[in-house]
Design a protein around this ligand. Structure first.
Ligand code: S3P
Length: 418
């Protein structure tokens, strides 16, 4: 058994959320092609529809008709973000500074994830929001007038940054946002694409609502965070060789390629191109013997944050010790991913030490089957399905959460298995 053949990863989740939201606050009609159609995206679609935005679906394309912020209508129900952190954080910004009130709720996992990190900055822009226990959903957003301001972020989070951008667009004066280190910049690139008044200078973003956004068709690249499962699968199953076509390779997302360089994996990127301001390419990858251990820390972490569970699995199959540090953010994802990765991989026989902000993983371990829980976390579920390639009788409890970001994951994996 090996992985072989080509794969087209599903549309990028972060970009699909933004294509929907940003076109909804633009003027005109836009078609979003190769959109991701998954549970998290359905949450964003249902919120926009509750705000009166017209969205239609045809195969994997979505059509949105935007009428600017003033086209948004007061919702007649609570806005349910379900499991989607991106929906919750970005809508806190999108809904701040409108002339009506709204309320956001989420499922039990999302209701435990911190929202105060967004709201404290939205307050600096004059947004009026109340959170449960000052940090959690349900959130109530009240009418206000956004003022421009200068914001110094203290968290490396594209969701927080994007929420601030969405609020700042309501004031024609310039707001300035300073990041600590780069995080995914899809919002900035797409705002530019839609004609916004935005400039980025190193870690500082200058944005205003002076220019109206024009709805524009968007072709969504494949999601490298979804492709990551096959990348690791290919590197842990001998004789594998795959091509990942049409994959997003925006440098703020390709930390995993830096890991491939560190470990000495045999890969190449061909057919590099730019599509709707985003870098795209085809990744050719081969199983490589004698990979070197890796170290992830500091600025690299935000560039591969969602790939860490599957990279931890990769580390279990590399001789010697790999280290992942500065990844405290993992504790507030869909599950506490430091705990869920440590517990699942340890129960399969891996040698993993848990740190407060990461792991020390010593390979190479022979994984043995066991019964493991996904913690209802899509990235843990898919990581375990890749681990299963090495231990056939693995029994995975709650295996359905792939639908959050990659409903066709099992089918695509089957297609690659020869
Ligand atoms: C996302 C940003 C990341 C990432 C999440 C999607 C986004 O979260 O983990 O899956 O679309 O902006 P943070 O920015 O909070 O780290």
């Amino acid at each position: 058994m090996r992985l072989s053949g080509e794969i087209f990863p599903p549309g990028d989740k972060s970009i699909t959320h933004r294509a929907l939201m940003l076109n909804a606050i633009s003027y005109g009609k836009a078609k979003i092609s190769h959109a991701l159609l998954s549970e998290d995206i359905y949450a964003t679609i249902s919120l926009l529809k509750a705000l009166g935005v017209k969205i239609t679906m045809d195969n994997d394309s979505l059509t949105v008709i935007g009428n600017g912020f003033e086209g948004l209508m007061p919702p007649d129900k609570l806005l349910d973000c379900r499991n989607s952190g991106t929906t919750a954080r970005l809508f806190l910004g999108l809904l701040s500074g409108l002339n009506f009130s709204s309320a956001l709720i989420g499922d039990s996992s999302l209701s435990k994830r911190p929202m105060g990190r967004v709201v404290k900055y939205l307050n600096q822009l004059n947004g009026i929001i109340t959170l449960t226990d000052n940090n959690y959903l349900p959130a109530k957003i009240f009418p206000s007038e956004i003022k421009a301001n200068e914001i110094n972020l203290d968290v490396k989070s594209a969701q927080v940054k994007s929420a601030i951008l969405l609020a700042a667009l309501k004031n024609p004066d310039i707001s300035i946002i300073h990041e600590i280190s780069p995080t995914r910049n899809h919002t900035e690139l797409m705002l530019k694409y839609l004609g916004a008044d935005i400039t980025v200078n190193d870690l500082s973003i200058f944005v205003s609502g002076k220019k109206k956004l024009s709805a524009s068709d968007i072709i969504v690249p494949g999601d490298i965070s979804s492709a990551a499962f096959f990348i690791v699968g290919c590197l842990i199953v001998p004789d594998s060789e795959i091509v990942i076509r049409n994959c997003g390779i925006n440098p703020t997302r390709t930390g995993i390629l830096q890991v491939l360089d560190q470990i000495g994996a045999d890969y190449e990127i061909k057919n590099r191109r730019t599509v709707c301001n985003e870098a795209v390419g085809d990744i050719y990858l081969r199983y490589t013997k004698n990979l070197r251990p890796f170290r992830l820390d500091k600025e690299l972490i935000p560039l591969l944050i969602d790939e860490i569970p599957v990279l931890a699995l990769l580390a279990t199959q590399i001789e010697e010790t790999s280290i992942i540090r500065d990844a405290l953010e993992l504790r507030v994802k869909e599950s506490d991913r430091i705990k869920s990765v440590k517990e699942t991989l340890t129960s399969l026989g891996a040698d993993i030490e848990e740190l407060s902000d990461g792991f020390v993983i010593t390979g190479k371990s022979k994984l043995r089957p066991n019964t493991v829980n996904t913690y209802n976390d899509h990235r843990i579920s898919m990581m375990l399905k890749i681990a299963k390639l090495l231990c056939n009788n693995l029994n995975i409890i709650n295996p359905d959460s792939d639908k959050i970001s990659y409903p066709d994951f099992e089918n695509d994996l089957k297609k690659l298995l020869k």
